[in-house]
Design a protein around this ligand. Sequence first.
Ligand SMILES: Cc1cc2nc3c(=O)[nH]c(=O)nc-3n(C[C@H](O)[C@H](O)[C@H](O)COP(=O)(O)OP(=O)(O)OC[C@H]3O[C@@H](n4cnc5c(N)ncnc54)[C@H](O)[C@@H]3O)c2cc1C
Length: 365
Amino acid sequence: MEHDYFPTSYVEILARVAAIDPVKYGQSRNYLDGAVTRLSPYISRGVISTHFVYDSLLQQNFDFPAVEKLVQELAWRDYWQLIWVERQAAIEADLRSPQLPVVSFGLPVAFQTASTCVEAIDAGIQKLYSTGYMHNHMRMYVASLVCNFAHCHWKEPARWMYYHLLDGDWASNVLSWQWVAGSNSNKKYVFNQENLNKYSGSAQRKTFLDTEYEDLPLSTVPAEFHQVSSPELSCMLPLTSLPELDHSLPLLIYTSYNLDPVWQVDIAANRILLLEPSHFANYPVSEKVLRFIFSLSANIKDLKVFVGEFSELKNAYTGDLIRYKEHPFSSHFTGIEDKRSWLTTVSGEHSSFFAYWKKAKRQLE
Ligand SMILES: Cc1cc2nc3c(=O)[nH]c(=O)nc-3n(C[C@H](O)[C@H](O)[C@H](O)COP(=O)(O)OP(=O)(O)OC[C@H]3O[C@@H](n4cnc5c(N)ncnc54)[C@H](O)[C@@H]3O)c2cc1C
């Protein structure tokens, strides 16, 4: 079944949160078969929050040292989101320093077709296509090969990965790509075959990665990556007409990143899932991702889907209360803006993750 890997009913999502083993997580998260939570699609889509996951760990009576590694990872998401809130459109380009060198702006065809000749990488890309998920370490390997071995600029490849990820989160996505590529960090991330074999369980040898770090081919693009093109990222939204509205009731706007079933659940309201064509033209997602969004939206009672722009919905509504949740992609909405739930109250941009984490940890411990 399509959603076996990522069930979409709220009850099953809560069960996944309750089943986390934070100790095993801390010991194995870097391994591709490690005890990762696979909660990101639900957090990215706003079904649950980082704070909700943290609270539920505490309710299970884990003490802070036992959950620290996992909570630190949750904090990475908030850290990237806070940078986005602060820097807005600046994250769309090289944030701290130019990515150098760059020889092309597409994505090597070998990644698009999962035929890089590195078996574990090809398996990771196949898995992305079949499940809409890729392990964090595999994302780092792929981004490193694309940016630091094939010398492609990070932006177009990031859009390709975002297109296929059920957990697409623009901040985590582009800021992580930039972290790997060195435009949002002090050092590019590179790896060799030995490292890949250790964490993936692969036994492959004799690839271009099968050398000591100092001998990695970082100045000449490997032959496997010479053919580069722009990936085809078409996004087919369904056609809808304007939904019927009860103008005496508030209008609550849900989006593909706010699918929280308990948000304002106790009030009578028009509940509209707004999918803006202008947004999806700039940030396309695959059919699989769209189906996932629709399945998650089934957790919200009486939700109607409207494919159109915020301005059209606003013009059609004669009532006096529009409500939505804060998110950088919703900065053009008007009405009452509810706050998102964050892990801590630490806000603003920090010079590094650890500068942010130091403050966050003080609140969490
Ligand atoms: C190149 C690249 C692109 C990425 N793109 C996205 C993206 O589009 N959407 C997305 O949600 N994450 C992205 N990440 C971050 C990370 O890979 C995923 O959040 C993580 O793999 C999700 O799987 P999980 O829920 O099993 O994670 P777990 O390891 O179980 O972690 C638990 C939670 O902590 C958070 N988290 C863990 N690692 C990170 C991280 N490195 N950065 C931010 N948050 C983290 C997530 O909310 C995750 O659900 C990207 C990382 C890289 C290197």
